[in-house]
Design a binder for this molecule. Structure first.
Ligand SMILES: NC(=O)c1ccc[n+]([C@@H]2O[C@H](COP(=O)([O-])OP(=O)(O)OC[C@H]3O[C@@H](n4cnc5c(N)ncnc54)[C@H](O)[C@@H]3O)[C@@H](O)[C@H]2O)c1
Ligand SMILES: O=C(O)[C@H](O)COP(=O)(O)O
Length: 309
């Protein structure tokens, strides 16, 4: 019997995973989040299913029987991939769930701000019926959208916003087969300067940390709208707060922050009157969660089979 531990329990009770894995697996739902807790809970585990628990060098070193880890999600930023390789542990994510959900969320943020939904509702709540203080919306054809990171989600956002009539611009140094219908830029600042809405869809890595800095925000400008459904670490939040305070950036729609729940500068950003903040829910739907749990279990079983060969 192979022992599998589910670290975090945010996503459910382990029933989908147990049903998928069947009798050959002993699945324990640990509900742990710190290094020490993971090490204590995962002794003798061959496989781990992890959402946010930190998979660090220390954790891998303390679990010599571990063969495979699958993250419940797309981003692998809480897993030290070099450490996993050093300890001969296979790692995977669930790269094909929630693409439509996140794309819908980003496109909805763009459409909502384009029609000034948040600003207008705030105006009514704070100053009563009237239109002063609400910038007149532009027709979508004059309201370009910039997509940073043209992967699965970025491309799905492009399909949605172009169907709504927004011109699409992209920046992704690694993307091939970029369609002729979109305008490609060589730099993130160049993309920001060309658009009104900038939506982020690159991974959180050492290279992308703080990529949306003061220069990119200045290029996006006072009418600009930053949309982040990727990871908080992509944005220099000090610079974002300064730009919002100075009025040199128009608005931000943020599903993710550097600190979740918000603390410090992330809390100041989240409370800003020209920010629409959501509690990291872009992935969420009645379909995506069971898919995530089932696909994570299938992937872990495949990795463990490979490791046993
Ligand atoms: N908020 C949520 O609930 C939620 C849900 C799912 C995914 N996400 C985030 O969205 C991100 C994108 O997901 P995806 O499925 O589109 O990933 P993907 O791998 O399909 O696409 C990422 C794109 O980023 C590009 N890229 C890689 N490194 C880059 C760099 N240094 N600079 C610029 N571009 C770079 C790649 O070429 C690729 O085209 C994930 O990394 C994840 O963190 C968030
Ligand atoms: O746990 C989550 O918040 C979701 O699975 C999103 O994670 P992801 O952005 O890495 O997919």
């Amino acid at each position: 019997m192979r022992r599998i531990v589910i670290t975090d329990t945010n996503l459910g009770d382990g029933s989908h995973e147990r049903a998928e894995l069947g009798d050959g697996y002993d699945v324990t739902l640990a509900g742990v989040l710190t290094e020490d807790e993971v090490i204590a809970a995962a002794q003798d585990a061959e496989g781990l299913l992890v959402q946010w628990a930190p998979m660090t060098e220390r954790v891998f070193a303390a679990l010599p029987g571990l063969r495979a880890v699958v993250r419940y999600g797309i981003g692998l930023d809480n897993i030290d991939l070099d450490a996993a390789a050093r300890h001969d542990v296979a790692v995977s994510n669930v790269d094909d769930y929630c693409i439509d959900e996140v794309a819908d969320h980003a496109a909805a943020s763009i459409y909502a701000h384009s029609r000034r939904l948040t600003a207008a509702a705030r105006r009514v709540a704070e100053a009563g019926w009237g239109t002063s203080g609400i910038a007149a919306p532009l027709p979508p054809a004059q309201d370009p959208v910039g997509i940073a990171g043209f992967g699965r989600i970025g491309r799905a956002v492009a399909a949605r916003v172009s169907a709504l009539g927004f011109p699409v611009h992209v920046w992704d140094p690694f993307a091939t087969d970029v369609p002729a219908s979109v305008t490609r830029h060589e730099t993130l600042a160049g993309l920001a300067a060309a658009v009104h809405h900038l939506t982020l869809h690159m991974p959180s890595t050492a290279e992308t940390a703080g990529a949306v800095d003061a220069g990119v925000l200045a290029a996006l400008g006072e009418g600009g709208h930053l949309v982040n459904t990727a990871r908080g670490a992509l944005v220099d939040e000090e610079a974002l707060l300064a730009a919002l305070d100075a009025g040199t950036l128009g608005f931000a729609s943020l599903d993710v922050l550097t600190s979740e729940p918000p603390a410090g500068v992330a809390a100041q950003v989240a409370a800003h009157p020209r920010v629409l903040v959501n509690p990291h829910i872009a992935y969420l739907s009645t379909e995506s969660l069971p898919q995530l749990r089932i696909r994570a279990a299938v992937k872990l079983a495949a990795l463990l089979e490979d490791a046993a060969r």
